[in-house]
Design a protein around this ligand. Structure first.
Ligand code: SAH
Ligand code: SF4
Ligand code: F3S
Length: 440
């Protein structure tokens, strides 16, 4: 038998790309590839890319440039670009960087084995179709290898919202939900391989409406089905849109013990004028009332958000409205970005904000968000939480895991194993994590 070929995958962007990279590795695993941690000994390099902001997309070209020497030494090395830049730029990638052999979009990567074979024969291959067939079904012959205690599971993909700044509806396509039975089968399989916590993924995950035994199911109904899976201890989901936060999902946060008290609910901005121009179809007020209802169902829930500053025509007063909203919500975590002009999106045509002004606003917003994040984290001290242990710590006997609220927790003198859950009393709060002790 010949030695296995080696595959190096580098993943950029969101959690869905992490999930997709695992699937691509499995698809090529069937062709005799094993993963390697270094590009230097790879027979194939795949960059799974992100197009969300200009910086993310440009990174791909500088990374590709770095493989020039490697390719010169090893003419058989194949280089592929997958993900959202592949979808958005297609052929242009091969024009800009001739060392690329293969370009595959996020909806076509189940065809990688055939594409790889063609690339081996010296062909340049490109597939950025949105095919009819179900890529997840084509990929279902998974190896049964053991895995870590947490996993992602894509349940919905694509987006029909068309926020004025965003490339996702173009790179991922229209919103599609996977049928519930296939998701449940995949969850069962993950649990058998050691997974204790599953994060359900979708660009608009709470708009989930996959086929179930009695018609379409809501995300809450899917969560209740997953709740019955023995051995699955925790369920999370991301990312939600405020307009799809249905009553049964809010209620589940109060009643489903496996559903973790954490919700990523991006608002993007606090000014109604800007929200309207962003095509968000909600107001600051409707978002705040929604948060109130969610907190009424689950008072201790940790709220996380995404923000864009410097959106076209954002004034200082508009920005102030974002700060006001943040003050009111009190976020446990948040991601904030300076607006990045994306070709082909409606906002790209609008008058842009002065970049220096946008930088200044981003700094001010981040200072406030960091302060809130720290306050929420500090408020955990003295409380008892459940921790799912994910790895050994830096010190002998120490273990590290995540609390229900997704805070990293370090536990000293810990006799538990990876994948165990334990009650932990929080003793102190550091820069980016908590420290606690096991409660007997
Ligand atoms: N589907 C998710 C997230 C999409 S991308 C949602 O609707 O929330 C993740 C985040 O990137 C977005 O929430 C937004 O805050 C940010 N983002 C998207 N496009 C951007 C752009 N053109 N410039 C800056 N940030 C952007
Ligand atoms: Fe992008 Fe808006 Fe869709 Fe989120 S909801 S993926 S920000 S278009
Ligand atoms: Fe990026 Fe595509 Fe995800 S653009 S954020 S990798 S959906």
């Amino acid at each position: 038998m010949s030695a296995p070929k080696k595959l190096f995958i580098k993943t950029y962007g969101c959690q869905m790309n992490v999930y997709d990279s695992e699937r691509m590795a499995e698809a090529l695993g069937g062709e005799g590839y094993v993963e390697t941690k270094s590009p230097d000994d790879a027979d194939m390099i795949l960059l799974n890319t992100c197009h969300i902001r200009e910086k993310a997309a440009e990174k791909v070209y500088s990374e590709l440039g770095r493989f020039k020497g490697l390719k010169a030494e090893k003419p058989d090395l194949k280089i592929g670009v997958a993900g959202c830049v592949a979808q958005a730029e297609g052929q242009e990638i091969m024009r800009r960087q001739p060392l690329v052999d293969l370009v595959v979009g996020p909806q076509s990567y189940h065809r990688l084995p055939e594409m790889e074979a063609k690339a081996r024969e010296g062909e340049k291959v490109l597939d950025t179709d949105f095919p009819e067939e179900d890529k997840f079904e084509k990929l279902k012959n998974r190896p049964k290898a053991k895995r870590g205690p947490t996993a992602f599971l894509t349940v919905q993909e694509g987006c029909d919202k068309f926020c004025a700044f965003c490339v996702v509806p173009y790179t991922r396509g229209a919103e599609v939900s996977r049928p519930a039975d296939r998701i449940l089968r995949e969850a069962q399989d993950l649990v058998e391989r050691g997974v204790r916590e599953i994060t359900l993924l979708g660009q608009n995950v709470n708009a989930y409406h996959g086929a179930g035994p009695n018609g379409d199911m809501t995300l809450a109904q899917l969560i209740w089905e997953l709740d019955k899976v023995d051995g699955l201890e925790r369920i999370r989901f991301t990312t939600s849109h405020p307009n799809d936060m249905q009553d049964d999902l809010i209620e589940a946060h109060g009643t489903c013990a496996k559903l973790m008290p954490y919700l990523h609910l991006p608002v993007q901005a606090g000014s109604d004028k800007i929200l309207k121009r962003m095509n968000r179809a909600h107001t600051a007020e409707s978002y705040l009332r929604l948060i109130e209802r969610i907190r009424a169902a689950r008072p201790d829930i940790l709220i996380s958000g995404d923000f864009i500053v410097g959106f076209p025509e954002e004034t200082e007063a508009d920005f102030q409205a974002t700060l006001d909203l943040v003050e009111e919500v009190k976020y446990g975590t948040a991601y904030s970005f300076k607006y990045s002009t994306r070709p082909g999106t409606p906002a790209a045509e609008r008058p842009q904000v002065d970049p220096a002004e946008a930088d200044d606003r981003l700094q001010r917003l981040q200072a406030l968000l960091t302060k809130q994040q720290r306050e929420v984290q500090d408020s955990m001290v003295g409380r008892d939480v459940t921790v799912l242990f994910e790895k050994a710590g830096r010190f002998p006997g120490q273990m590290v895991g995540k609390s229900d609220y997704l805070h990293a927790v370090h536990v000293a003198d810990c006799d538990r194993a990876i994948g165990d859950l334990a009650r932990v009393r929080i003793l102190s709060s550091g820069a980016n994590s908590l420290a606690g002790a096991l409660i007997d």
